[in-house]
Design a protein. Structure first.
Length: 281
């Protein structure tokens, strides 16, 4: 819990553009106390948590790692409240690429990052992978569990915010579609370093991300928590991995009811680093 609290309070403090000294002054403490919290050396007295929560405008649950979020993150959270599956139940075409590259002929652990309503996570589970999946939407996670139950498979679906959540166990496959634009630029290096560190040797990452193009108009959806990516940016985090796919496409979309286009980078990268270099003997 110390590590989770340390990361969360550091992120929340920076979001408020406060220095450690400024936060400490507001709490009547020395800046060394805040520094120790953020370095996971100590935790604050329980009596300080309500005031820390008020100053940083974040719930105590989120600070302690028990809740993913206390504010609406995506524009799709309301859409997931309906009985229908907003994105349908057919898997993303990239799922078939995973089957081709790493068929589940042995036990393989897969994590679906930002699983939405669960169509891809359930597809992977139906095909024999050991699947975990997270999303920020309670309604989306409930649909994921329902879809898994209907298919007669198990998906470990849990609530987490992509900005806060860090891996602490190893996977063979990380998969994410249409989600990475919710990662703020200043957190990308740390997050992808974490994803890579907890990927087994020979494992793959199958990701896509929307990219800005001067010849494509901005999408009609107004997403306050979405952040721009540029061509080649995702690949830069994988310069030490084998790149199996780095294609870029432009496609038509009607998700908002208004026809528009998106540009997207698709990436498949394989961890070819020897196990010993990753600190696992």
């Amino acid at each position: 819990m110390k590590e989770q609290f340390a990361r969360n309070i550091s992120i929340a403090r920076k979001e408020k553009r406060l220095t450690q000294e400024e936060l400490a002054h507001m709490l009547g403490l020395s800046f060394q106390a805040v520094s120790k919290w953020e370095n996971a050396q100590t935790m604050p007295d329980i009596s300080l948590l309500p005031e820390i929560s008020r100053i940083l405008d974040v719930s105590i649950d989120k600070l302690l790692g028990y809740a993913a979020q206390n504010k609406r993150i995506t524009i799709y959270e309301d859409e997931y409240q309906t009985q229908d599956y907003y994105w349908g139940t057919e898997p993303n075409k990239a799922c078939y690429k995973v089957l081709e590259l790493m068929p589940p002929t042995k036990r393989l652990k897969l994590l679906d990052i930002g699983c939405g309503e669960g169509k891809d996570a359930v597809f992977f589970a139906r095909n024999g992978y050991e699947v975990s999946a997270f999303d920020v939407s309670d309604a989306g996670l409930e649909k994921t569990r329902r879809l898994a139950e209907q298919a007669g498979v198990r998906v470990n679906a849990f609530k987490a915010d992509i900005l806060d959540y860090r891996l602490d166990s190893h996977y063979d496959i990380l998969f994410s579609s249409g989600v990475l634009h919710y990662i703020k630029p200043e957190y990308r290096q740390e997050i992808f370093d974490n994803y890579k560190h907890y990927t087994n040797a020979g494992g793959i990452h199958v990701f896509n991300v929307f990219v800005q193009k001067p010849f494509i108009a901005p999408p009609p959806e107004k997403e306050p928590n979405a952040f721009a990516w540029h061509s080649g940016e995702l690949l830069a985090y994988y310069r030490d991995w084998l790149i199996a796919d780095s294609s870029e496409i432009v496609f038509d979309c009607n998700s908002s009811g208004i026809p528009h286009k998106h540009a997207m980078t698709k990436m498949i990268a394989r961890n070819e680093l020897p196990t010993i270099r990753r600190g696992r003997l």
